[in-house]
Design a binder for this molecule. Structure first.
Ligand code: ZN
Length: 114
């Protein structure tokens, strides 16, 4: 499952961070996920407990900030929000859009209690 491998890679990053900080667990994790990243909330929710089990994120509260996808028109330069990759420019109807935001998957913050 796609989302489980994503959770496992998030756990790997958190684990490396925990080792650096010399701590055994995090209390919260904040993620930033683009609306065009292909990640489905329900699938992520389903994979999460399985992926974090026994890890530094085992009891971490999870917060997700969904990032709206934005594209830049290659013809007129307009920047606009898009719901899917084949939306046309609302200003000139061009199909030549470059996705400039919305594919991210980032760990924005990890917090822990001393
Ligand atoms: Zn345009």
């Amino acid at each position: 499952m796609h989302e489980l491998s994503i959770v496992i890679s998030i756990v790997d990053i958190a684990k490396a961070e925990a080792e650096k900080l010399n701590i055994s667990s995090f209390s919260t994790i904040e993620l930033e996920i683009g609306s065009q990243s292909g990640i489905v909330q329900e699938a992520l929710d389903f994979a999460w407990p399985q992926g974090v089990k026994g890890s530094v994120l085992n009891s971490a509260k999870r917060k997700i900030n969904w990032v709206e996808a934005k594209a830049k028109c290659q013809d007129c330069g307009a920047v606009f929000a898009i719901a899917n990759l084949y939306d046309t420019c609302p200003h000139c109807n061009s199909l030549f859009n470059e996705l400039i935001q919305g594919k991210e998957l980032k760990i924005k913050a990890l917090t822990y209690e001393d």
